[in-house]
Design a protein around this ligand. Structure first.
Ligand code: HEC
Length: 192
């Protein structure tokens, strides 16, 4: 047997044994782990048992009253009371300058005008195709009472956040600062 043959046989045996070792009886086994630190790291996994905490879990519920970084609180429930309370307590911190109104206009035209209409008169394109018409911002009456032109910052913000009947919530489409800019722009439409 020359050197070349020995090399060939050794290579075949190596490849076959690697292949065989990969198909053990235990189907759930990951087989031979290369660099196991990649799997068994020092940090706890979120779903791992953890004796450092009283409840034995790694993923802990945040303590009551804490706010995640960057999260904007709006502690008014989706009820008539929450709506009225927001109306009394919540004030728009954004001022109606040119930039904010221009941003509000773009957002309104993209997200709201299909139903409310470009001028906020409740005659948007989908309404023209049979969707229930929202009341005009300047001349209509709110289904929750009062004239639409008197809707406050808090009432409009509450409506954008939770929706109302045929209108869905826009909380996942509009970030809090964007909602406030839309509120500024609606105040313009209330005067039409
Ligand atoms: C799919 C259609 C539709 C879209 C899109 C829509 N709305 Fe509405 N909206 C309605 C309807 C319908 C009502 C009336 C609901 C009721 O009173 O039952 C309404 C009511 C309102 C009211 C009055 C709430 C009150 O207290 O009476 C406000 C304010 C409002 N919408 C703001 C917005 C804003 C801001 C947007 C965009 C971010 C928007 N809507 C997008 C359909 C829509």
């Amino acid at each position: 047997m020359n050197k070349f043959n020995t090399l060939k046989i050794t290579s075949v045996i190596t490849v076959v044994s690697i292949l065989l070792s990969a198909c053990g009886k235990d189907k759930r086994s990951t087989g031979w782990e290369y660099a196991p630190n990649m799997y068994e790291h020092i940090a706890y996994d979120p779903d791992q048992a953890n004796t450092n905490f009283k409840d034995g879990k790694t993923a802990q519920v945040p303590p009551v009253g804490t706010t995640p970084i960057g999260f904007v609180r709006f502690d008014y429930p989706n009820t008539k009371d929450g709506y009225e309370k927001a109306s009394l307590e919540v004030v728009n911190k954004y001022i109606a300058d040119k930039k904010n109104l221009a941003d509000g206009k773009i957002l309104f035209e993209h997200f709201c005008s299909p139903c409310h209409g470009i001028q906020g008169q409740g005659d948007g394109l989908v309404v023209q195709h049979g969707y229930p018409a929202p009341p005009s911002y300047s001349k209509g009456t709110s289904s929750r009472g009062g004239a639409m032109k008197d809707l406050t910052d808090g009432k409009i913000y509450h409506t954008i956040t939770y929706g109302l009947n045929a209108m869905g919530s826009y909380a996942s489409q509009l970030a809090p600062d964007e909602r406030w800019k839309v509120v500024l722009y609606i105040h313009q439409l209330q005067k039409i």
